[in-house]
Design a protein around this ligand. Structure first.
Ligand SMILES: [Zn+2]
Length: 70
């Protein structure tokens, strides 16, 4: 799960996205921070734009093998 920071141009159009590990990092780094925006699923591993923490994907993909079952 990740927190999202939206990057907007001067007209308010969405032009990019930053991933954050926590609401704290979002509020520290995101100039457009507008309140808590967490609990987003991320399909691929992302790095927090503020502190660099690895944010694990929300569900298994080809890069992350499921735990072996007996
Ligand atoms: Zn962080």
């Amino acid at each position: 799960m990740s927190h999202l920071g939206y990057i907007e141009d001067k007209d308010g159009n969405l032009v990019g996205l930053n991933y954050y590990c926590s609401d704290f990092c979002n509020s520290e780094h995101n100039v457009n921070y507008a309140g808590w925006n967490g609990c987003h699923e991320n399909e691929h591993a992302e790095y927090c734009a503020n502190c660099g923490t690895l944010i694990a994907p929300s569900y298994a993909s080809e890069d992350y093998e499921l735990t072996e079952t007996i």
